[in-house]
Design a protein around this ligand. Structure first.
Ligand code: UDP
Length: 379
């Protein structure tokens, strides 16, 4: 009856469902939540503001292929995300750049540090904090210690439950020091928001007669793994299973639970036109939350109230909260590899996505990955 079963209706599942549907395969897409779009899910709240229920999602990509693919399903509003951080009572631009230095240091020191950066790195380059910390230059060492302490150390410890040197360097390298004056959070070629939101975008991707969507449905309710075979509605299933959930859950936690990081999302209504000057303000130090996002600054709305979101990181506990991020420690990677080698016994299964591949995919990365997997599977 179905050629392909897909578990999870986030970006990975939706793109693969659409690709298979286009080549006339019958796709069953199951989703345990009551809604599509995974953690990109957005909705208009009681203040009339489009909010991102699972935290701020800002689309950006350097991939022309991804941009063109998604543009078949949405119009865009150009949007360049800007983030500030609260440092010693001042609101300063992040990623840390020349403008930030002008604000936090006396003029002569800021200029000296600017020169030191330019002597060592080209203009417009991005330097991860853990790399800058290795610098032999005395001025750059001073700068690295300052940025590490004020921006990365406490934020990262809050966010991950681990200091920066215990997690993969690629995590803090997502927000490198920027050698220049560009205050934007991303430098990608395309930066925009789907005009009617991510949920609508995913809805459009899924709108195909060959896709059957079942919400509120757990994998266990429709399918089972037995031996190295897959059973769908009690019958042996010979097609492809694309799985975007947690691998430990798929394999019944046989090697124990994999660590994921969760975040408690606390939305508040504030009775003012605008709460803060930029879309997100990070609070690396002194607060339990990591950042405050004001959604009106992302999706403009005509209201005299505003909706803000405070993010409180916490451990993920199965059944109690949502898994948002894999944890990028060596220990967690080793635990994940036990599960991923289990997949070798199931050639029908393709694991894809942030949870299933245990990777820090951005939205564009996962669309790219889904398109690549589709190409590989149809080679
Ligand atoms: N980070 C930090 N201070 C900041 C911003 C980011 O220490 O002000 C570190 C932190 O470890 C964070 C990582 O950089 O988890 C990646 O930040 P990003 O904003 O990309 O996180 P996301 O939006 O994916 O949660």
């Amino acid at each position: 009856m179905f050629d392909v079963v897909i578990v999870g209706a986030g970006f990975a599942g939706a793109v693969l469902a659409e690709r298979f549907a286009q080549i006339d395969k019958k796709v069953l897409l199951i989703e345990r939540r009551q809604h599509i779009a995974g953690n990109c899910y957005d909705e208009i709240d009681s203040n009339g503001i489009l909010i991102h229920k699972y935290g701020p999602h800002l689309f950006h990509t350097d991939s022309v292929e991804v941009w063109k693919y998604l543009s078949k399903f949405t119009e865009w509003d150009v949007y360049h995300h800007k983030v500030k951080a609260m440092v010693d009572g001042q609101i300063v631009p992040i990623p840390f750049n020349f403008n930030t230095m002008q604000q936090v240091f006396p003029k002569s020191l800021a200029e000296r540090l600017e020169v030191a950066l330019l002597e060592n790195y080209s203009y417009g380059s991005k330097v991860p904090i853990l790399e800058l910390k290795k610098s032999a230059d005395k001025d750059l060492q001073f700068l690295a210690d300052y940025v590490y302490e004020k921006i990365f150390l406490h934020y990262t410890t809050k966010q991950w439950g681990n200091p920066p040197d215990k997690i993969a360097g690629a995590v803090t390298a997502r927000v490198p020091i920027f050698v220049g004056r560009d205050d934007r959070y991303f430098n990608d070629r395309f930066q925009a928001l789907p005009r009617r939101g991510y949920t609508k975008l995913i809805e459009n991707i899924l709108s195909h007669k060959n896709i059957k969507l079942m919400l509120n449905t757990n994998f266990d309710e429709v399918a089972k793994l037995r031996g190295n075979e897959i059973y769908l509605f009690g019958q042996k299933f010979n097609g492809r299973l694309i799985y975007t959930g947690q691998l430990d859950e798929l394999f019944k936690f046989k090697f124990g639970t994999l660590p994921y990081r969760s975040v408690e999302m606390k939305f508040e209504t504030v009775n003012v036109e605008h709460y803060q000057e930029s879309a997100s303000v990070n609070y690396p130090n002194n607060y339990e939350f990591t950042r405050i996002t004001e959604f009106k600054n992302i999706h403009p709305a005509q209201t005299n109230r505003t909706t803000i979101l405070k993010e409180y990181p916490q451990n993920y506990v199965q059944g109690e909260n949502e898994p948002y991020y894999p944890i990028f420690t060596d220990e967690a990677r080793t635990a994940y590899e036990k599960y991923s080698s289990e997949l070798k016994n199931f050639p029908q299964i393709t694991a894809v996505g942030r949870l299933a591949e245990y990777k820090y995919y951005d939205m564009d990365d996962i669309v790219k990955r889904a398109l690549e997997i589709f190409a590989e599977l149809n080679d």
